[in-house]
Design a protein around this ligand. Structure first.
Ligand SMILES: [Zn+2]
Length: 335
């Protein structure tokens, strides 16, 4: 929200009325139950003026605002923060975000959040057709577009419990996320209705499950979570693979994986040690289908291909053939 100017007339009744009026006017249309108001002032104010401001004026302002805004002063977790800045004669506003959590499923190739062009980093260039982004849609945008309407907010940001590659489908129970709704005018929307609306409008692309309100702290909890995932991989092989060879694949592997070549541009080259279990291996026409349970952070496509020897062992190495993942789905997340 833009700051609003005021005219300092001394700590008097006029100033009080002026501030209350400007604050009321600016917050018109916003739903809130609690607020916090603070004052910052010039260092050269006299001790007397400072005492006046702190001991008399500010408590009076709080009292008047409680009455006029029909909201409670709250120091801990206010819906709105108001800062009266006597250095600049400006009033600043901060509306607390609303957080909702749930799970999403993804049925098509789609990035989780806005996929900025790596060449121009969002500025727009020939490569991205001057759009700045490489994909028009993302899970974030498909959810946010409905949520921002429901909460009358300018924008919303998605925080996921990890993320899958663009071309990996997210099935099974879905991936947990928090949607942060920024500067909302409404703080209470019918989440059942919102969920239904998203699922109807985005049918075939994404689905959301179990939307509910949560605290901001939920984001950190999700980020710290390390869940094993079960994948279904359809794999193409350069050699004919027998049923017996496939059967031998089933088992547990201690995989050492160097940062894949395809992400080396953005990530440090380190070795990750991950536990991997191949649960099932069977033929599916010309392809083979593998059910793999992997520790959080394994690059599954590279576990299959071997990534030019950077992942050991790999399905390619175990089958003594060139293997490539054609389709990858997350089918379960083990909490
Ligand atoms: Zn570009």
């Amino acid at each position: 929200m833009q700051p609003v100017g005021f005219e300092f007339t001394g700590f008097n009744r006029e100033l009080l009325a002026q501030l209350v009026e400007k604050i009321k006017e600016t917050l018109k249309g916003y739903e809130f139950e609690s607020f916090l108001v603070g004052c910052t002032f010039e260092d050269y104010l006299s001790e007397e003026a400072k005492t006046m401001l702190k001991k008399k004026f500010q408590p009076l302002l709080v009292k008047r605002l409680e009455k006029e805004l029909k909201a409670k002063a709250d120091f801990k977790n206010p819906d709105v923060q108001i800062l009266v800045n006597f250095n600049q004669d400006l009033i600043f506003f901060l509306v607390r975000s609303v957080y909702i959590t749930g799970r999403y499923k993804k049925y098509i190739a789609l990035p989780q959040t806005k996929h900025y062009c790596f060449k121009c980093k969002g500025k727009g260039c020939e490569y991205c057709n001057y759009k700045g982004v490489l994909s028009e849609e993302s899970v974030e945008e498909l959810i946010a577009k409905h949520a921002t309407q429901a909460f009358d907010a300018p924008q919303a940001k998605l925080h996921g419990a990890g993320r899958e590659d663009i071309d990996v489908r997210m099935l099974g129970p879905g991936r947990e996320f928090v949607l942060e709704i920024i500067e909302p005018k409404k703080r209470n929307a019918d989440l059942k209705k919102l969920e239904k609306e998203i699922n109807e409008a985005e049918k075939g692309k994404i689905e959301v499950i179990g939307l509910k309100y949560c605290a901001k702290e939920r984001i950190a909890e999700l980020k710290a979570k390390k869940s094993d995932k079960v994948y279904l991989a359809r794999v193409e092989c350069t050699e004919e693979v027998s049923g017996k060879e496939l059967e031998k694949l089933i088992g547990t592997y201690a995989v050492e994986q160097r940062t894949p070549l395809r992400v080396l541009r953005r990530r440090a080259d380190i070795v990750r040690k991950k536990r991997v279990r191949i649960l099932e291996a069977k033929k599916k026409g010309k392809l083979i289908e593998l059910k793999i349970r992997a520790e959080s952070g394994l690059y599954v496509k590279e576990f299959i291909s071997g990534d030019e020897g950077r992942t050991k062992p790999s399905v390619s190495e175990l089958l003594n053939a060139g293997c490539r993942c054609k389709q990858l789905d997350v089918v379960d997340i083990i909490d």
